[in-house]
Write a protein that binds this ligand. Structure first.
Ligand code: GDP
Ligand code: K
Ligand code: MG
Length: 293
C-alpha cells in the first residue's frame, strides 16, 4: 500500500474562515475562532491521519500589512506557509474579488504545488452569486481548482478533503500517526483564554494581551492551571479585571468550560494580570512567547 503525506497550508485574508476550516477538517477545536481579525496569531498545525495518508494542515494569521513587530512575526508565519507547502488552500469569502497583497498574488499565480481556491461562506449567498464567484476565480487563477464550501456548515468539506489527499505526494508520515497537532497543551490553554478576551473586551484590549500558562498540573481526574494575562499598560489591567473582578471571572469560567471539553477532564483555572510594557514591540518578549525563533 502506498502512503501519502504532505503539508497543506491555509492562507487568505482575515476573517474568511481559515480557522473554522482547519477545525472542520481536523474534527477538533484546535484554532480559536471569533469574528475579529487577528484572532489567529500563530501558525498552528492540525494533523489528519488515515491508514494510508497524513495531511498536515496549517492554519495561519490573515494577511495584513504589519504595523508593529508582533504583526511582522505573524506575516513571517504566512510567508513560511507558502514556502513549505505541498498544497495551498487559498480561502476567499463569497463576494471577495481581489488578491489584496501583490507578493502573495505572485506566490499563488506561480506556485509549483497544487493551489485550491476555496470560496467559503456559500451558506450566505445565492446560487447566482456563487456561479459568478466560481467563474471569477477560475479566470483569475487558471491553474487553481475552485471549490465552493461552507466551513461553518461542513458543506463540501469531505469532497475537498478527498481531493486534497489525492494531490499529496507519496511519502511516509511526518508526525506520529496518533498526533493531532504540534502545539503543547499549554498553548491551547493560552488560546482559549485569549479567545474569551477577544469576545468580551473592546478596542485595543484584545490586541494588547498575551497569555502565559505558568502551571499546568494534570492529575488523574483534574487539570490545575495557573495563567497570567499580560497587558501593555496599567490602565488595561483594571479593565481586564473589571468591577470587583467580574470581568476576569467570566473569562476564567468560559475558558474552563471549553478546556474541559477539549481535554475531557475537570479543569481548575487561576488567572492573574500583569503589566508587561510594550511586549508587542520587543524582540525578546516576542521570542519568549513563541512568535520568533
Ligand atoms: P479566519 O480569521 O480566516 O481564521 O476566520 P474564522 O475561522 O475565525 O472565522 C471568522 C468568522 O467567520 C467567524 O465568525 C466564523 O464563525 C465565520 N465563518 C467561518 N466560516 C463560515 C461559513 O462557512 N459561513 C458563515 N456564515 N460564517 C462563517
Ligand atoms: K477571525
Ligand atoms: Mg484564524
Amino acid at each position: 500500500m502506498t502512503h501519502k503525506a504532505g503539508f497543506v497550508n491555509i492562507v487568505g485574508n482575515p476573517n474568511v474562515g481559515k480557522s473554522t476550516l482547519m477545525n472542520a477538517l481536523v474534527g477538533e477545536r484546535l484554532s480559536i475562532i471569533t469574528s475579529k481579525a487577528q484572532t489567529t496569531r500563530h501558525r498552528i498545525l492540525g494533523i489528519v491521519n488515515g491508514e494510508d495518508f497524513q495531511m498536515v494542515l496549517s492554519d495561519t494569521p490573515g494577511i495584513i500589512k504589519p504595523a508593529y513587530k508582533l504583526q511582522e512575526s505573524m506575516m513571517e508565519f504566512v510567508k513560511n506557509a507558502f514556502e513549505d507547502a505541498d498544497c495551498i488552500l487559498y480561502m476567499v469569502e463569497l463576494g471577495e474579488k481581489e488578491l489584496k497583497n501583490e507578493a502573495f498574488e505572485k506566490r499563488l499565480t506561480f506556485a509549483e504545488v497544487p493551489v485550491f481556491v476555496l470560496i467559503n461562506k456559500i451558506d450566505k449567498g445565492t446560487p447566482e452569486q456563487l456561479e459568478e464567484a466560481v467563474a471569477h476565480w477560475k479566470n483569475r487563477l487558471p491553474n487553481a481548482e475552485v471549490f465552493a464550501i461552507s466551513a461553518l456548515e461542513n458543506f463540501g468539506i469531505p469532497q475537498l478533503m478527498n481531493r486534497v489527499i489525492e494531490t499529496l505526494p507519496e511519502s511516509p508520515a511526518f508526525y506520529p500517526k496518533d498526533a493531532l497537532t504540534d502545539k503543547p497543551e499549554r498553548f491551547f490553554v493560552n488560546e482559549s483564554i485569549r479567545e474569551k478576551i477577544l469576545l468580551h473586551y473592546k478596542k485595543e484590549i484584545p490586541y494588547s494581551v498575551e497569555i502565559e500558562t505558568e502551571e499546568f498540573l494534570e492529575d488523574e481526574d483534574i487539570i490545575r492551571i495557573r495563567a497570567v494575562i499580560m497587558v501593555e499598560r496599567e490602565t488595561q489591567k483594571g479593565i481586564i479585571i473589571g468591577h470587583k473582578g467580574s470581568a476576569i471571572k467570566r473569562v476564567g469560567m468560559e475558558a474552563r468550560k471549553d478546556l474541559e471539553k477539549f481535554f475531557g477532564k475537570q479543569v481548575h483555572i487561576e488567572l492573574f494580570v500583569k503589566v508587561n510594557k510594550n511586549w508587542r514591540s520587543d524582540d525578546r518578549q516576542l521570542r519568549r512567547f513563541g512568535y520568533q525563533n
